[in-house]
Design a protein around this ligand. Structure first.
Ligand SMILES: Nc1nc2c(ncn2[C@@H]2O[C@H](COP(=O)(O)OP(=O)(O)OP(=O)(O)O)[C@@H](O)[C@H]2O)c(=O)[nH]1
Ligand SMILES: [Mg+2]
Length: 403
């Protein structure tokens, strides 16, 4: 991936819809996150726009007048792509492209293309392609409407466009079933590998919002991993062995027994993680479901820490990791506390009394994390209550973020 000083970067402008009851602040946060996603995909962001509108325009979502004004400004700044924070239908994307003469991508399409760019293993590539096919399938119609009109004319059915849609749909459906079969096979391979791992070592999975510092923590605990300041730098699950320090008896003397565990780094979560990706990554996320314990890594200095923790809790719930039958022990790791002042850290201690505060890049706080994992060995796992931020939110995920 090229860095932000590269001359070949494609320029883009970002837009988000603001309804009459939407506050400005969360939308600005969403645009800031969209800018990070765009940067992670290699775009240079030249402008951001909140488009106010009482209701969604069915054809262009944002309304043609505002879109034309944005496109003029974007073109003046050399942008050729519009990235929209809202989920658009295929025909809306087409209408926006036609109106603005710019390429248009929605948030889900952008996240999918980051995943496509990063996927390296066969499994990750198959998972991402499956998600892409599921995303494109309902959008095909929009792409072929011009042919429908050409071939069929008003009131006629079964013109060449219509036939082409059917052919395309069938091809995508065939590909989806091939990919699903391949993924079942790859999951069996993964299961065999899992069984081949040293049996008595507990497995701890690192989970959390993207860019929180999971890979940095993997590196600090195991020596492996390449942290990067990019969203979704990690797609493939990496499992490495970590040394947990010498075993101590009640008097604090070493017993001579050395304790290890396996630590798995996983793909990060994000607000509105495309459901096609959650579904396609189910087997990779199986590493999280089957782990003996979770380290939930959060960027403590993020201004929306609580909103992001809610997203993590909701995503864990989506993948079956937060129900009564599946409540693994978990430690909240408030990482990056080096970016906070002491009073802020004390505040955090009051809000999250059971969390470990850490700095993955310097190793600060690691002893507490190691001690917590050591205490899990050799089980049995103790029952525990959900923390406040893990409780289901009756108003839904978006409501928490938006309020
Ligand atoms: N200041 C500071 N920066 C950190 C700390 N931990 C991680 N970082 C930085 O945060 C960025 C993201 O770190 P990663 O470890 O790649 O984050 P991640 O959660 O694995 O991200 P994804 O794999 O993209 O989801 C990198 O630039 C790290 O150097 C920390 O404790 N303090
Ligand atoms: Mg990572």
């Amino acid at each position: 991936m090229s860095d932000s000083s590269s001359p070949q970067l494609l320029r883009c402008s970002l837009i988000a819809h603001q309804g009459p009851s939407d506050r400005e602040e969360p939308i600005e946060e969403h645009l800031a996150e969209l800018a990070e996603l765009a940067r992670s995909r290699g775009f240079e962001v030249v402008s951001r726009h909140r488009l106010k509108r009482a209701s969604i325009a069915p054809r262009t979502y944002y309304g043609s007048g505002q879109l034309e004004a944005v496109a003029d400004e974007a073109a003046r700044r050399g942008a050729s792509v519009l990235i929209c924070d809202d989920e658009l239908s295929g025909s809306q994307v087409n209408a926006i492209e036609k109106l603005t003469r710019m390429a248009c991508v929605d948030r889900t399409g952008l996240i999918l293309s980051i995943f496509e760019q990063r996927a390296q293993t066969r499994e990750a590539r198959a998972q991402v392609e499956l998600a892409r096919c599921e995303y494109e399938l309902p959008r095909l119609k929009g792409q072929w409407t011009h042919l429908e009109r050409q071939g069929g004319g008003v009131g006629l059915r079964g013109g060449p466009g219509e036939t082409q849609i059917e052919v395309d749909r069938r091809m995508i459906r065939t590909r989806i079933s091939q990919l699903k079969k391949e993924l079942v096979h790859l999951e069996q391979v993964r299961e065999t590998q899992r069984q081949g791992r040293p049996g008595n070592l507990p497995r701890v999975a690192l989970v959390g919002y993207t860019n929180a510092g999971k890979t940095s923590l993997l590196k600090a605990l195991t020596g492996a991993g390449e942290p990067q300041d990019l969203l979704f730098a990690t797609l493939d699950t990496t499992t490495r062995k970590a040394w947990l320090g010498p075993d101590l008896n009640a008097e604090g003397e070493p017993t001579g027994a050395v304790k290890h565990c396996l630590v798995a780094d996983t793909v990060g979560f994000i607000r509105k993680l495309p459901h096609q990706l959650v579904a396609a990554f189910r087997s990779t996320l199986g590493e999280v479901r089957t782990a003996d314990a979770l380290l939930i890594v959060a960027d403590a200095a993020d201004p929306d820490l609580e909103g992001r923790l809610r997203v993590v809790a909701d995503t864990l719930r989506d993948i079956g990791c937060l129900d009564d039958h599946h409540l693994q022990p978990r430690l909240l790791v408030l990482n990056q506390v080096d970016r906070l002042h002491r009073p802020q850290r004390l505040d955090l201690k009051r809000t999250f009394p059971h969390a470990a505060q850490a700095v993955a890049i310097s190793g600060q706080g690691l002893d507490e994390i190691r001690a917590w994992i050591r205490d899990l060995i050799p089980g049995p796992v103790k029952a525990r209550d959900l923390e406040w931020w893990e409780l289901p939110n009756p108003k839904g995920r978006e409501a928490v973020i938006a309020t």
